[in-house]
Design a protein around this ligand. Sequence first.
Ligand code: NI
Ligand code: MN
Length: 226
Amino acid sequence: MVDIVYLGHSAFLLESSKGKILIDPFITGNPLASAPKDLKPDLILVTHAHGDHLGDAIEISKKTRAPVHSTFEIANYASSKGAKSIDGHIGGTLVMPFCSVKIFPALHGSSVDGISSVGIACSFVISTDGKAIYHAGDTALFGDMKLIGEEFKIDMALLPIGGHYTMGIDDAVRATAMLNSKFVIPMHYNTFDPIRADPEEFRRKVESKTRAKCIILRPGDRYRLV
Ligand code: NI
Ligand code: MN
């Protein structure tokens, strides 16, 4: 059983029986964020260095000593700013006592100031309490999502639907099909004007074209994956 708490944008807190995993914690400066003040994660995952994903990760790591896990250069960047970090890279798996995390590609950039690239963007499959959760980060649709769906029995896919910088609704439906996920939660929409999207349109399309059930969360909402 894993509780999935949506903090807004692409930020999630996964609460399993043994540990808490925080992903892409963009809270400060996010007009739609809803997050507890005393986040105490055991692990922080960052898909790429853009401000709306790296977000508060470094500050939270400094405060709680939870390590930031990401691709090699992003993890090193976080530690250069005072965070604790665990590096990794695409294709590798981090095994922790309470979860394992495999890093997969994402088709996206990873700059810190909009110009200077730090490492490359990624996505994650997080396995904990017998569940497999895919967090796509920011990405376009790519065909190797099919391989992820073949390797893991994905219980939950967290997918961007906002378009403009990432895949939009129709590509997210195709991603859900390739991942063959049981459930899907849309993310990365409506935070800013260019990424306006209707999650109900995504629900209608994804539930008619795939086996997935769509769960729409508002920031602060919690979904229990059993
Ligand atoms: Ni981005
Ligand atoms: Mn983004």
